[in-house]
Design a protein around this ligand. Sequence first.
Ligand code: 6PG
Length: 242
Amino acid sequence: MTRRGEIVCADLDHLARRAAAEWVRTADEAITRTGRFAVALSGGNTPRALYAKLAGEEFRARIAWERWHFFWGDERSVPPDHPDSNYRTAFEALLSRVPVPPANIHRIETERGPAEAAAAYETALRDFFAVPRGGFSRFDLILLGIGEEGHTASLFPGSAALEESERLVVAVYVEKLSTDRITLTLPALNSAAEVAFLVSGKSKAEVVKRTLRDGADLPAARVAPADGRLLWFLDKEAASFL
Ligand code: 6PG
């Protein structure tokens, strides 16, 4: 069963703080249960504020960084030092500023090329979560964003990747952006213990309403962990049509 929640905050700074508190709570629970915490980061710009909070005074000392394992929900097919790299965004805003062991950072190795990078990442996930083919990884937390047309991770409307039912990871060519991406699939997203969308700004108000109130069949609307929590962290502007 999917346990849903919508948290509306005054602005992005409050959203980042609320999301950071939930992130630390979820991590502490996972570490108590299993000794580790596995999170898949989202790309884009919204999470930067959250990453900065975790690296900041209020949260960093409360975190057992050596127990945290970082993955990505999707990645652009660019080198890790490219300005568009989701890895680079997280490294600059968080991972370079806290004592996470390098072995706990599970980057998507885009230098292999899209198909090879997706296959290698799938193998890494299956090894980490000890799931054979047919089984699915269970992240403790997956962070996601939403695009104005309803994409999430790198699952875009009309993509054949939306119908993938066995693989955890696929390489996709995004026509709209004329670019290759590597992304977790819906089965991988929906087998998580918790998924948290972070959405900020007026430009997202329409797609948030379509997704959360109108039942639109958008990629982001198909994310609903079968046995987990689904949280939408929204600032007032993004929630203004709800
Ligand atoms: C990516 C993301 C993507 C992102 C949304 C929202 O690689 O671009 O994974 O799904 O989360 O496009 O991006 P913003 O937070 O920048 O609006």
